[in-house]
Ligand binder design. Structure first.
Ligand SMILES: [Zn+2]
Length: 319
């Protein structure tokens, strides 16, 4: 299971070339304006180039000729250069070009001197992200795992996740030591701002089911934001949501040593009953669960210094 080729690519990358020109002055970004007052709602895909479920759903929304009932809707394909290098024979290779697009989202990095293909794209789409009131950023996961929504560290994220009500697990977390995510950027990470964002992890990157989760999450998010009416038009809900549970991440395990390894194969959302259970080694340092019923969130295959190996959390009362 540690072989990156262990997971079959069951879905095909869509042709997004029709959306290149867009209408925002930024390639692969299109705004559809209802002409009526309302929030600026945004859905983003391909922050990671090999997470193609979101691109499939945006393509579907365009094909359905989606028109927001209120406000504006902007659809953005993010890391195009990474996506364009997607090769089903080497699907792990196209997550990014030079660095992780979803760890760049602070003014310091965006305004700073650093340069990379991924950072250049982030700088280009930044004004759009700045103008969004409500953002859904669609992702997928390395391992097969129940889908989850990353609601961020603030109550407002958790409340929005509960209002969307899908998928059935909300994870409240502060992100990664390696850099800030788009969902935590600027006003999204400010408790005093009404702007709000969610990141959804829809399942294993290339599993068919992942696309269904991405579609259902997006439609429910758009309905919550008043963009669509699920009772009317072609964009209908397909699933009956389960009651949402919430996990609060208390310990992101950031790799400090040259070598990190897990004590066994973890694919995510394992609940480790006993506090003190050994789950891995960061160099020579043992990594043990800090409390009973510890939940492992998104164990990574990219076990490099500075990266998050896994996030440890516990179930909390749903909002
Ligand atoms: Zn991702």
């Amino acid at each position: 299971m540690t072989d990156p080729n262990a997971y079959t690519v069951e879905i095909a990358q869509p042709d997004i070339s029709p959306y290149r020109k867009g209408n925002t002055g930024i390639e692969y970004a299109t705004t559809i304006d209802s002409g009526k007052p309302g929030p600026h709602v945004m859905v983003t895909a391909l922050a990671h180039g090999n997470e193609i479920c979101g691109a499939i759903v945006l393509d579907e929304l365009f094909r359905a000729d989606i028109r927001p009932l209120h406000g504006k809707l902007t659809l953005v394909f993010c890391n195009i250069a990474a996506f364009e290098s997607f090769d089903p024979a080497q699907p792990e290779a196209s997550r990014w070009v030079e660095e992780d697009f979803n760890r760049l989202w602070t003014a310091e990095v965006l305004d700073g001197p650093r340069d990379s293909a991924d950072l250049r794209r982030a700088r280009i789409i930044r004004p759009l992200i700045d103008s969004a009131d409500l953002l859904l950023d669609i992702h997928s996961m390395q391992h097969p795992s129940e889908p989850l929504v990353l609601a961020g560290p603030l109550a407002k994220g958790r409340i929005l996740a509960a209002e969307v009500g899908y998928p059935a697990l909300a994870v409240c977390d502060a992100g990664h030591a390696a850099g800030k995510r788009m969902r935590d950027y600027a006003a999204f990470g400010d408790a005093a701002s009404p702007k709000n964002a969610l990141l959804v992890e829809c399942g294993q990157h290339w599993a068919k089911r992942t696309v269904g989760v991405a579609r259902e999450t997006t439609l429910r998010f758009l309905a919550r934001c008043g963009v669509i009416d699920p009772e009317q038009g072609p964009l209908r809900f397909a699933e009956v949501p389960l009651p949402q549970k919430a996990v609060e991440v208390t310990h992101p395990v950031t790799i400090t040593a040259e070598l990190f390894r897990f004590a066994r194969v973890f694919t995510g959302l394992e609940v480790i009953a006993e506090a003190g259970t050994l789950i891995g080694w960061d160099g020579d340092r043992e990594v043990r669960t800090p409390y009973d019923d510890c939940v492992l969130v998104m164990p990574s295959k990219r076990l490099y210094r500075g990266q998050t190996a896994v996030r440890l959390g516990r179930f909390v009362a749903a909002h």
